[in-house]
Design a protein around this ligand. Structure first.
Ligand code: 5AD
Length: 354
């Protein structure tokens, strides 16, 4: 039996086997097996999530990200609750069943976000949050307010690399931009793992994921990322290639490849067959039709940006970030799939609860 058929059947591979698949050589078999497993476990429906980038203010110093506190070129904004609700109402009227509220980290007040979540829940849609590391209490308050899911990518499980990419905020503050800073003064790997455990314990659907093609990232460490997803028993996994942003310290780094990111995504589908996997914006940014290719290699979710052009331009995590064009529904129909009209909770989550 080939490695790929083994993974498609047993949903586990060893670290060594994962590295072998990640090295290439199995691509056609891998991508079509992931498409097959996706069809068998989560079906042909694609879930659309309305992405609202509600604040680009950030207290963190992640070396790869354009929103990092040290980037003075970025004009910062934070939406008021009313404005977030306006975008949400528009999305609901267009048929979206889930909104994803995403922001930088450690600046937007949690209490304000709690109020927004309460209001959105009255509209009858699911709420996914992607607002970084918080305390257990903060996550608990958001859950009580009605939030359904939380996305927090681990970014990389390589401890050394993680440490180099996430310098302590105190250090950053002393030689770059001052500004409001809250939360954990440092950004250790252990705190991120703690956050994911808290999120799980509180009953959220748990989303994580990683960046592919970071400087000095190895195939072994990518294999470890996959094993981490499996061990965490995640409900959603978002994977994208690293795209260098010239306004960050990694501006002249090489950047990730579309194909390697796609291999990671397809392997994720084989290992965690019944979860939700988005075709990420970074994939579409790097490769024309990248999103459709991803949807045919294991993905079942798309997150179109509904924030409006003015804000979208300022939410520049990396350059030339695309949004799902207005014709995403037609594109989905053209590949023989259909847009779901349910909230699309992760099947993994539902069967774990049952
Ligand atoms: N290229 C691609 N993705 C990035 N992210 C941050 N910076 C970059 C970049 N330069 C991703 C991180 C984060 C998500 C919101 O955006 O994985 O979790």
């Amino acid at each position: 039996m080939s490695l790929i058929s083994k993974a498609a059947k047993e949903h586990i591979l060893s670290r060594k086997e994962l590295v072998e698949v990640l090295s290439g050589g199995f691509d056609d078999e891998l991508f079509s097996a992931a498409d097959e497993v996706r069809r068998e476990f989560v079906g042909d429906e694609i879930h659309l999530r309305a992405l609202i980038e509600f604040s680009n203010a950030c207290a963190r110093g992640c070396l790869y990200c354009g929103l990092r506190a040290g980037n003075r070129k970025l004009e910062r904004y934070s939406l008021e609750g009313g404005e977030i609700l306006d975008f949400t109402r528009k999305a609901v009227s267009e048929g979206y069943k889930t909104v994803v509220l995403q922001s930088g980290e450690g600046v937007y007040p949690n209490s304000k976000l709690v109020n927004v979540v309460c209001e959105i829940k009255k509209l009858g849609v699911d709420v996914t949050l992607s607002a970084g590391e918080k305390t257990f209490e903060e996550y608990a308050l958001l859950k009580e307010a009605g939030a359904d899911r939380y996305l927090l990518r681990i970014e990389t499980t390589d401890r050394g690399l993680y440490k180099r990419l996430h310098p302590p905020v105190g250090e950053l503050a002393s030689h770059t931009e001052p500004g409001p800073r809250r939360g954990h003064p440092d950004m250790p790997f252990e705190n991120r793992v703690r956050c994911l455990k808290d999120i799980r314990e509180l009953g959220y659907e748990v989303g994580t994921g990683s960046l592919v093609g970071l400087p000095e990232q190895t195939l072994e460490s990518l294999a470890d990322d996959l094993l981490f997803f499996k061990e965490l028993d995640a409900d959603m996994i978002g994977i994208g290639p690293f795209i260098p942003n010239p306004d960050t310290p990694l501006g002249s780094a090489e950047g990730g490849s579309f194909t390697l990111a796609l291999r990671m995504m397809s392997l994720t589908r084989l290992l965690l067959p019944d979860i939700n996997i988005p075709a990420t914006t970074a994939m579409e940014t790097l490769e024309p039709n990248g999103r459709l290719i991803a949807l045919q290699s294991g993905a079942n979710v798309v997150m179109p940006n509904v924030t409006g052009d003015d804000y979208r331009r300022k939410y520049e995590i990396y350059p030339n970030k695309v949004s799902a064009g207005g014709n995403i529904r037609e594109q989905i129909a053209a590949i023989g799939r259909r847009v779901a009209d349910t909230v699309g909770k992760s099947k993994r989550f539902i069967s774990r609860k049952a």
